[in-house]
Ligand binder design. Structure first.
Ligand SMILES: *[C@@H]1O[C@H](CO)[C@@H](O)[C@H](O)[C@H]1NC(C)=O
Length: 223
């Protein structure tokens, strides 16, 4: 026979599982996606990184696709692409509708020696990453104009741990979701117009990023 105490505990447990707390729901939600890290999926490289706060439900999908929903994060970035990511023409499509929150949709990657974090920004939300920065030039690619910028990061997370490094930017004036990006154009114009030197290729992904926001996207890249 079940003791009264055990019975009460069982009832409490079943009530808890029916009415999950918001934190519990966040955890259950996150548990559906994969853990932060890097790897390969369907022949594509993927990377998914987040700092401590909030919840990210990141899933690799068919072919070169991924889908993600993030909730109350401080900062997360991830997506699918290539490693190493040498110059290539990147074709992508999908859904990214985060114009009213702080988020980027960007071809995103790293080089080493020098350590550089680079972005070719296709769309952004409430924060323009070039705010307060001097424009170094412009690039025309796939029917759009991008402005070139450089910013400096000091003691920030990187693929080599906490480090200080430059960020190179192309920011598309007219935002879009879907098209082709001739990365070689950006890399060579960065050097020519801004004297921005890249190092050895590390990864390159078509990334979604969220900063102190909640949002979602579904993006596919093509080989
Ligand atoms: C990209 O386009 C292909 C082909 O039209 C389509 O099958 C796929 O669903 C699209 N991917 C996304 C993420 O929308």
């Amino acid at each position: 026979m079940v003791s009264f105490t055990l019975l009460c505990a069982a009832i409490a447990a079943s009530v808890t599982s029916v009415v999950a707390s918001p934190l519990e729901m966040l955890k259950q939600h996150e548990a559906r996606g994969i853990q932060p890290g890097t790897g390969t999926h369907n022949g594509f490289f993927y990377s998914y990184w987040k700092d401590n706060a909030g919840s990210v439900d990141y899933n690799n999908g068919a072919r070169g696709s991924y889908n993600v929903r993030w909730t109350n994060v401080n900062n997360w970035v991830g997506g699918k692409g290539w490693k190493p990511g040498p110059p290539r023409v990147v074709k992508y499509n999908g859904t990214w509708n985060n114009y009213n929150v702080n988020s980027y949709l960007a071809l995103y990657g790293w080089t080493t020696s020098p350590l550089v974090e680079y972005y070719i920004v296709e769309a952004y939300g409430t924060y323009n990453p070039s705010s307060g920065t001097q424009r170094l030039g412009t690039i025309d690619d796939d029917g759009g104009t991008y402005d070139i910028y450089k910013t400096r990061r000091t003691n920030q997370p990187s693929i080599q741990g906490t480090a200080s490094f430059d960020q190179y930017w192309s920011v598309r004036r007219v935002k879009r979701v879907g098209g082709t990006i001739d990365t070689n154009k950006h890399f060579s114009e960065w050097k020519k117009q801004g004297n921005l030197n890249l190092g050895a290729w590390d990864y390159m992904i078509m990334a979604s990023e969220g900063y102190q926001s909640s949002g979602s996207s579904e993006i596919e890249v093509f080989n």
